[in-house]
Design a protein around this ligand. Structure first.
Ligand SMILES: [Zn+2]
Ligand SMILES: [Zn+2]
Length: 276
């Protein structure tokens, strides 16, 4: 079971536990729908862990840094209410702060923003999320919105500023990755064995050897899987002209199979650039 904690991205003063725990750490929505009681900003997911915050105390230890950096550090630390002299900073491993998970989380966010290097002991057991940094626009300071943009072959999803018409953060997912359907694909082993040797055939045989969800009933091969994996198999079956049966029907366009060579690798790299 996973526990999620919200933070107010403006006040950055405390962590508030989500009402619902989740089976998977990725199941938490970015926004809980709750607002900060102090400033009214939307609370945003701060961190997720497989246990609740308890009263463990954590230490922040500064990493070894150059003398010139140390002078900058003193200024930054002052803003965090941590008063440390240059003399004290000369110690190799200085503990600059000790506190609860909540205090440590907030200090870590500030130290990271300032580019300071440090370690936390014991290891901070929660996965920190970046949403508190992207829910405000870095250009105009206004609140961003969560936006999904539909393109033919992919979906762009992230945090968008309506005012500046620009993305603060986004990631792209192609339609195959988004398809959660489990397909059932069936074809004949004998038919494959009888085909003349080709790049498609050897790649297919290799893939079949490495599949976990594969059943063989007599001559029949039955594969259960999601779109991405099924796509790879189908592409080769079509290239080899092998008869197959799939349920439910495969809705994605299947590009012609091509052997994996340098030109293909270059094209894949190009198209990845386009998506990112
Ligand atoms: Zn607030
Ligand atoms: Zn903006």
């Amino acid at each position: 079971m996973y526990f999620g904690y919200d933070v107010c991205p403006k006040c950055m003063n405390t962590l508030i536990e989500r009402e619902q725990s989740m089976e998977d750490e990725n199941d938490f929505e970015e926004y809980s729908g709750k607002y900060c009681l102090v400033c009214g900003s939307k609370l945003v997911l701060a961190c997720v862990g497989d246990k609740r915050i308890d009263n463990t105390l954590y230490k922040i230890i500064l990493s070894e840094i150059s003398v010139s950096d140390k002078k900058n550090y003193i200024e930054i630390l002052k803003k965090l209410d941590i008063d440390i002299s240059l003399e004290e900073l000369k110690n190799r491993e200085i503990v600059i702060f000790e506190g609860s998970a909540v205090d440590i989380y907030i200090k870590m966010e500030i130290l990271d923003n300032a580019g300071m290097k440090y370690t936390v002991v014991p290891k901070f057991p929660f996965a920190r999320k970046i949403y508190n940094q992207v829910c405000f626009c870095s250009k105009c300071g206004g609140e961003t919105v969560q936006k999904i943009e539909n393109h033919k072959e992919y979906i762009k999803k992230g945090f968008y500023c309506e005012n500046c018409k620009s993305w603060e953060l986004y990631y792209s997912l192609n339609r195959l990755q988004l398809d959660d359907t489990i397909y059932r694909l069936k074809f004949s082993r004998k038919e494959i064995d009888n085909k003349t040797d080709s790049g498609a055939k050897s790649e297919l045989l290799y893939e079949l050897d490495n599949l976990s969800d594969i059943k063989e009933q007599g001559d029949e091969i039955i594969i259960l899987g999601k779109a991405e994996m099924i796509y790879d198999i189908l592409q080769k079956l079509i290239a080899m002209n092998v008869a197959y049966d799939i349920t439910p029907p495969f809705i994605h366009k299947i590009n012609k199979y091509r052997e994996f060579d340098d030109t293909l690798i270059e094209e894949i790299l190009e198209s990845n650039k386009k998506y990112n």
